[in-house]
Design a protein around this ligand. Sequence first.
Ligand code: C5P
Length: 232
Amino acid sequence: MEYTVMLPAAGSGRRMGAGENKLFLPLAGKPILARTLSVFQQDPDCAGIILAVRPDERDRIREMLADHGITKVTAMPDGGGERQDSVRACVRAFMDSGSADDAVVMVHDAARPFLSRRVIRELAETVREHGAAIAAVPSKDTVKQVADGVVEDTPDRSTVWLVQTPQAFRAGLLAEAEEKALSEGFLGTDESMLVERLGHPVRVVESTYDNLKMTTKVDLAIGEALLKRQEE
Ligand code: C5P
């Protein structure tokens, strides 16, 4: 089922402490960003990639696309100060190109190179019917709500899911959610939150625990180990 993917890639990677955008860091010899892009480049259902970039990194990223044979990038809007700003830039680029409201779009963190084709497929199918679907895994740990170092609440673990990307939507629904959040000054930590605020139900597709976001040095070490295991 055809979809377009929006990849916010305009972060600074502060928590990685690499002194540059973490997406340029190599994971077993290939930059994180190139690995994520390759997943979509190789997926025949992916019709196009919209990539939000920092203006000062545009040339370096263009070179990376050429070096790794990435030909599906249709737009590279400037990212913004917050991840949500970068995603909104992608959504606007997509809608401005005259795309249909019921086209399927996915938002995926450029820093998650290990997503599976099975999850992408299930998300696209679920969105066709329901309009909104996100990748998530059941929590293996008990989760506590904490304030000032003191436990306030313990949600029933069987209802707690840890949310990842891709998050998939009908394009018109995501565009409406993004613009409403902007006009109300609401900053979410994922796109689902913005769609939930419209009152639209968001379906959950069970993903895999290895769909990690490369955030700190530990994630890089785990990522290298995962790639080594795949090669064996
Ligand atoms: O920092 P974090 O890992 O949560 O960022 C998730 C994704 O969002 C990364 O791919 C990062 O490049 C992107 N991002 C962005 N614009 C920002 C902040 C983050 O495109 N202002």
